[in-house]
Each structure stands twice: as structure tokens, then as C-alpha cells.
Design a protein around this ligand. Structure first.
Ligand SMILES: Cc1cc2nc3c(=O)[nH]c(=O)nc-3n(C[C@H](O)[C@H](O)[C@H](O)COP(=O)(O)OP(=O)(O)OC[C@H]3O[C@@H](n4cnc5c(N)ncnc54)[C@H](O)[C@@H]3O)c2cc1C
Length: 339
């Protein structure tokens, strides 16, 4: 197959590039540097209206080239137009792989593109690597949770190109940035060949309560073991300047909103501190928080799986321990102010 380069769909909303696109650019850089027998570029695809100014930022974050479709027709996300543009870019350039964030938009867009260009798609992946068993390979091994998160499946796409994947936000590091980096910006002229079947009428911004947990630095998370004591968790979070999250065990019982659920069917989080209270540590929960920098778990059951990934484990009753913690934090803060 005469294909080359790794393409990344750069998701922007209101002119703001979404974090997951930076994560994918960093990952794409790692992948192209693992391919040594041929030269592969990282190519960003940026679509929208008045967004060309973002192209340099895409280059600084790892792209060698950015294809920019800047068109009035693309002011709002359109499944039809985005698919038309990306499918056409694929047909003209034959990329070896295309990575898309597993956001609401990415999950809508990726299957359409895959069907249009007749290739396979691994959805909701958590890991990507170049086939480690073969030298001179560009084959991607794409891993995703399967069977309710109880095992992980690695999927390959041997016969079709591009190899496509949607990747969950926050599972990869956005660790590439070089402000002096130079790259090529390529204009893509888009003229819709048909009228968009979906008419954009109005945008209603979803009301969010508190901080978005996927962006929080400090998370105080509660499970069924503390289901009646979220006021205590809120107090700890307030004292630490963090936010409260929950396990599905709590959300399913309508004791916390879905938007603060951590895990495979909730959000993936990577805070500096994750304080897990009354959470057993089911694999579907830990899939969403095991990349946290520092994990503290409080649970009276010493055999709870959460202790397997915690940096500090406290075997005990969170309802008794948290009030002490709150007092301790307050005292420390007072001392800090006094000194
Ligand atoms: C397809 C699928 C997707 C799923 N997705 C998710 C997901 O996204 N997120 C998620 O969280 N789950 C998810 N689950 C559910 C998951 O398997 C677990 O059932 C769930 O995480 C359990 O929640 P929990 O830890 O709060 O409750 P439990 O497993 O019931 O654990 C409660 C814990 O609290 C401890 N405890 C009791 N009293 C106290 C106390 N006083 N102080 C401290 N600890 C105490 C107990 O020892 C126990 O370990 C999913 C399941 C499936 C099948």
C-alpha cells in the first residue's frame, strides 16, 4: 500500500483547540519517531471558519503540516461537511493513519469517515503503538477496553488504509511543545457540493455545575461507601480548592449527576491528587482515573482493589476520617497564613 504519514483531526470549538487534539499530536510524534525505515510526517486537519490563525499552534504542538479548510460553511460542526472534507483529503493524500479524539464530535465523525473511505475504525482506544513484533512496520496496534472493561483487546487493520482510531481524552500525554517549530500550512478550498441535510438553528450551551472534572487538578471522589456523606467530600474539596466526583455506583442511584462520573462510561481524569473515598476500585472505575498523579484511597476493606493502584491507602471509615482531615487542612491553612 502506497500510503504515508499520520493524520490528526484537530478539533476546535469556538476557535479553541480541544486538549485531546494536543494529546493526539504528541502521540502521533511518538509514533512517527518509532517508524524508522520510512519518513512519516504528522499532518493536522483543521476545519472551521476564521481558524487559519490556529495552524501555527498545531505546528508548535507537533504537526509538520496542517491542512486548513477555512470556510463559512464550516462555522458550525457539520457531520456531512466534515466527512466530505476529510474523506476527500484522505482520497487525495492516502494517509497511513488517521487519529481522532473520542469526543462527542469525534465519535460522530469517525465512523462516517471510515465508512466513506472503506476502512476499519477502532473506537474509544486507550493505547496505540507500532507493531512491536515486526521491524519496518507501520501497522498500528490499537488497544481498547472490551467486555465491560474486564479485558483489553488489541485491534489491527492489516488490509485497509488509513488505519483509524478514536482515542479517549486524557489517556495520552500532551507533552510535545516547541514554540520555534516551523511547518507547512496548506489551504484546502471547500465548496459544498450539496446542501447540508442538517440545518443549524440555535446553539444551547449545556449548563455545567462546578468545575469540569476532566480539567480538575484536585478531585475528591466518592463511591457507594460514602453515598450519604457527599457533604463531607464537598467540604474537603472546598478546603483543597478541588472538586467532587463520583463512581457509577453513586450516579446510578441518582445521588450524583452523570457529568461527575469517573470511569469507562464516565469521564477520564488525570488530576494531581485523586482522593477516593468509599470506592471499591472496579476496573471500570479505575480505567478513568489510574493516570492520576497521586492517589489516596480510604476504605475499611483492606482487600479493596483500589489499594492496588493507590499511592497511599488508609484502611478505615471515611466518614470518621474525613472530619479530621478537614480540621487538619484548616489548621495547616491558618498556620500558612500566619507565617
Ligand atoms: C459496562 C460497565 C461500565 C461501567 N462503567 C463505570 C464507570 O464509568 N465508572 C464507575 O465508577 N463504575 C462503572 N461501572 C460499575 C463498576 O463495575 C462498579 O460497580 C462501580 O464502580 C462500583 O462503585 P463503588 O466503588 O462506588 O461501589 P462498591 O463497589 O459497592 O464499593 C463501595 C466501597 O465502599 C467501601 N466502604 C463502605 N463503607 C465505607 C466507609 N464508611 N468509608 C470508606 N469506604 C467504605 C466498601 O468497602 C467498598 O469497597 C461499570 C460497569 C459496567 C458493567
Amino acid at each position: 500500500m502506497n500510503t504515508k504519514d499520520i493524520y490528526v483531526y484537530i478539533e476546535q470549538r469556538d476557535g479553541v483547540i480541544q486538549d485531546v487534539s494536543y494529546e493526539l499530536l504528541s502521540e502521533a510524534r511518538k509514533l512517527v519517531s518509532a517508524i524508522t525505515h520510512v519518513h512519516f510526517d504528522v499532518v493536522g486537519i483543521l476545519i472551521g471558519k476564521d481558524i487559519k490563525g490556529l495552524a501555527q499552534d498545531v505546528i508548535h504542538h507537533g504537526a509538520d503540516k496542517v491542512i486548513v479548510a477555512d470556510s463559512k460553511s464550516c462555522e458550525h460542526y457539520s457531520t456531512q461537511y466534515h466527512t466530505d472534507i476529510i474523506a476527500d483529503i484522505i482520497k487525495k493524500n492516502s494517509p497511513d493513519a488517521l487519529l481522532i479524539g473520542a469526543s462527542v464530535i469525534g465519535r460522530d465523525l469517525a465512523p462516517r469517515i471510515a465508512a466513506r473511505v472503506d476502512t476499519g475504525l477502532t473506537a474509544d482506544a486507550t493505547k496505540i503503538e507500532i507493531n512491536p513484533n515486526e521491524s519496518n512496520s507501520t501497522e498500528l496496534w490499537i488497544t481498547r477496553p472490551a467486555f465491560g472493561g474486564n479485558l483489553f483487546g488489541t485491534i489491527v487493520c492489516p488490509n485497509h488504509r488509513p488505519q483509524m482510531a478514536t482515542i479517549r481524552p486524557k489517556v495520552l500525554d500532551a507533552d510535545f511543545f516547541d514554540k520555534d517549530r516551523k511547518g507547512e500550512v496548506i489551504d484546502y478550498a471547500f465548496t459544498p457540493s450539496s446542501i447540508d441535510k442538517v440545518v443549524f438553528k440555535q446553539r444551547i450551551v449545556k449548563e455545567t455545575h462546578g468545575i469540569d472534572i476532566s480539567k480538575a487538578k484536585i478531585i475528591v471522589s466518592g463511591g457507594r461507601g460514602v453515598i450519604d456523606h457527599f457533604d463531607l467530600l464537598q467540604e474537603v474539596a472546598t478546603q483543597l480548592g478541588g472538586t467532587v466526583a463520583a463512581s457509577r455506583g453513586v450516579v446510578d442511584r441518582h445521588r450524583a449527576p452523570k457529568e461527575i462520573q469517573v470511569g469507562q462510561t464516565g469521564k477520564t481524569v488525570r488530576p494531581t491528587l485523586y482522593l477516593a473515598c468509599g470506592i471499591s476500585g472496579a476496573v471500570q472505575h479505575t480505567a478513568g482515573m489510574d493516570k492520576s498523579e497521586f492517589i489516596i484511597a480510604i476504605n475499611p476493606d483492606a482487600s479493596a482493589p483500589i489499594f492496588g493502584i493507590a499511592n497511599v491507602g488508609i484502611v478505615g471509615d471515611a466518614i470518621k476520617i474525613l472530619p479530621y482531615l478537614i480540621e487538619e487542612i484548616k489548621t495547616l491553612k491558618e498556620h500558612h497564613v500566619a507565617s
